[in-house]
Write a protein that binds this ligand. Structure first.
Ligand code: 8DG
Length: 139
């Protein structure tokens, strides 16, 4: 909870790169923020590290094991009904073929195409920071 009583959640997410492309996942009709695009991941459980959370969530959602090989600065965003701190990590696939267990769709995109998606608002600064690292400007 924040001082104003609004819920504050801690969420991990992964920028998974493969062959110069980045994986984006689309939230389903029955999830909060339906059809918004996000970086796969989810809420940190009590007693879990951010890295443990991310590996667990990615396996639950996509059925793959990842190797985490970096992290980007965390960002905090206020949605109308809750506050989120998003903890982004760089990752690649260690084993497995992706099977969507929760998302409506996924897409592999070159970094410069990421801004064309309708992202969850909290993700925009993460995408911007990632693109800056790739040398791509984002409006
Ligand atoms: N996984 C993920 N969640 C994100 C991103 N950006 C963003 O605003 N979120 C929000 C959406 C959800 O409100 C929350 C993550 O919750 P979650 O994926 O673990 O669980 P959920 O949607 O099933 O939520 P719930 O049923 O527990 O309410 O963070 C992102 O890039 N990745």
């Amino acid at each position: 909870m924040t001082a104003t009583g609004i819920k504050h959640i801690q969420v991990t997410c992964a920028i998974i790169e493969r062959d110069g492309l980045v994986l984006a996942a689309q939230r389903s009709a029955i999830m909060a923020m339906p059809y918004k695009w996000e970086l796969p991941g989810g809420k940190i459980d009590p007693g879990e590290s951010a890295e443990q959370c991310l590996r667990r969530e990615i396996f639950e959602e996509l059925g793959i094991r990842i190797v985490i090989d970096g992290r980007l600065p965390a960002v905090t965003h206020d949605y109308p009904t809750f506050r989120i701190t998003l903890h982004p990590f760089m990752a690649c696939i260690e084993t497995g073929e992706i099977v969507l267990h929760e998302h409506a769709a996924m897409i592999w995109l070159p970094p410069e195409k990421l801004p064309t998606l309708d992202w969850a608002e909290a993700d925009l600064p993460v995408i911007r920071t990632y693109l800056a690292q790739c040398g791509v400007a984002m409006r």
